[in-house]
Design a protein around this ligand. Structure first.
Ligand SMILES: Nc1ncnc2c1ncn2[C@@H]1O[C@H](COP(=O)(O)OP(=O)(O)OP(=O)(O)O)[C@@H](O)[C@H]1O
Length: 237
């Protein structure tokens, strides 16, 4: 059987910020139709890795291809190809959710997007505030809108950085649904989180990072329950 093409391929990725070696030789493969959790402690290098995959931070060393594009050569093309929910920020305070969606649709020259927009607003329980400025949004409401926007245009690569942070159970369920839907239609999903149990629910594979390096590449099944918690702690210590 021929393996599906890798939607995300990183080979020996390094990112340095001055003296800080934020990512120290991470390699990863995420095929089309896969869902991968990036796990690790604060400062492990999860967000920096996600930023490289999103075309936002250039690699210092190593090669990274996302949706067939080299992130160092074509960061703009990568930004267009992915759906990216950053760990912080990304929303315009003086715009409503509907205006955010409208802008995303216009930039991507989408047509007939209104039904999907309404479906996602319902799913994330944001329909009632679709025309309210995001200035007054709670943290969790902002996170839910960021996940919605990342998934809206059905990208080939969906990157969700800390999508569960401060999000209530309905928002968590909606995010599970978006991850499921994306991987079922053949997208590669990468999701970074501290929350092992939610990673197990959302994704089938996990990469564990420590000190900028990959310390495990495993099925999330092996991170389940008490035994999984012990295995995870052992990887972090
Ligand atoms: N722009 C930057 N300038 C300098 N150092 C940075 C920068 N971005 C990240 N770092 C450093 O790189 C390392 C990895 O940070 P990163 O945000 O990728 O970790 P993380 O695993 O996402 O952490 P968290 O779980 O706290 O979000 C940390 O030591 C961090 O301080």
């Amino acid at each position: 059987m021929i393996a599906p093409p890798a939607a995300v391929l990183a080979d020996d990725l390094h990112v340095r910020f001055g003296d800080v070696h934020a990512v120290a030789g991470v390699s990863l493969v995420a095929p089309a139709g896969s869902s991968t959790a990036l796990l690790g402690r604060n400062g492990a290098g999860k967000s920096t890795t996600m930023r490289v995959l999103a075309g936002v931070v250039p690699p210092t060393e190593g090669t990274v291809h996302v949706a067939g594009l080299d992130v160092a050569q074509d960061p703009l093309g990568v930004k267009r190809a992915v759906g990216y929910c950053p760990d912080v920020g990304g929303l315009v305070p003086r715009a409503t959710p509907w205006e955010h969606i409208q802008l995303a649709a216009t930039l991507r020259r989408m047509t007939g997007w209104e039904d999907r927009a309404n479906h996602l607003l319902e799913l994330f329980e944001l329909a009632g505030v679709a025309h309210r400025l995001t200035t007054g949004f709670s943290h969790g409401m902002g996170r839910r809108l960021s996940v919605l926007l990342a998934a809206f245009h059905e990208p080939d690569v969906l990157l969700l950085d800390e999508p569960f942070d401060g999000v209530d159970p309905t928002g968590v369920e909606a995010t599970f649904e978006v991850v499921r839907e994306a991987s079922e239609r053949g997208a590669a999903v990468l999701l970074s989180t501290h929350l092992r149990e939610l990673a197990v629910e959302a994704c089938t594979t996990a990469l564990v990072l420590r000190g900028g390096a990959r310390v495990a590449d495993m099925e999330t099944y092996d991170l389940k329950g008490e035994e999984g918690a012990r295995a995870y702690r052992a990887l972090l210590d």
